[in-house]
Design a protein around this ligand. Sequence first.
Ligand code: TRP
Length: 332
Amino acid sequence: MRETVKGRILSGMRPTGRLHIGHLQVLEHWAALQEEYECFYMVADWHALTTTFDETRELAQNIREMVLDWLAVGLDPKKSVLFVQSHVKEHAELHLLFSMITPQSWLERVPTYKEQVQQFSQAGKDISTYGFLGYPLLQAADILVYKADAVPVGEDQLPHLELCREVARRFNHLYRVKLFPEPQAKLAEVPLLPGVDGRKMSKSYGNEITLAASPEEIKQRVRQMITDPARIHPTDPGHPEVCVVDLYQKIYNAEAVADQEERCRRGQVGCVPCKNLLAEKISAALAPIRERRQQFAARPGLVAEILAEGAARAASVAAATLAEVRQAMGLV
Ligand code: TRP
């Protein structure tokens, strides 16, 4: 690992299988950070189990698919430590030790907690487990076991980071040490893209464009994108600010989007040609990713090797932290 000036980064993603272009923005942010920080990128398989404990058949495959997407997008095992959470047992030990000092009420009042339990319950699934309540605490352990300075995450994760800092402060205070830093969120500068229907992009809504999508699949998805509902005829003046195609063009057709918006407002371009152009742009952007992915996927043993090496490197840092933690807590 290279010595870096800016500090250490940790982030994680639950292995949900094939990633989509919403993830692409996140991953490009992760890839850019590799140049300036010491980065640890983790497959959060234990976190996945908090909600999918009863559907684990595809877990191993999902981990592999996700890591292939990571590599295809440019996460580089020579620059960053790529690993699987459950391969580094120190995360679990730190989680357990943190559980001794974390009031249950801190976890119960994390805003996403009750919300999620309710959402899952409406879908017929009970996730009011001990493990799910501890989700943010496990995340705090993930971050603090590497003493990470910054955590690239989406806004939805801010309450979890707040809890992480509270736990770090409490630990330092209780044991009169300066062991843990207070990690800060690093929000991506780009606004996250919605799904084609305008809702949050998610496999469960079926509104996503996967990274591995073929040009034909991309075309189909773009056709489903919601445009200005007030626009009936191509000559009606359009309102790009309420158009999903426009949001995508800002990213995938950045050089021409201003011009395209102007023509839309004047009723000089219809939604169909606009969508066709966007589909071409997205296909062109994803083509090199798709190719690289195929090359990585064709090398047997590659992902396993990368993850084994990543786990070893992560474990050596995590083990050193745990030695300090045990010492601070009188576990000698
Ligand atoms: N909770 C994160 C998510 O759903 C995933 C995650 C697990 C994570 N551990 C982490 C993110 C540590 C950042 C740091 O996206």
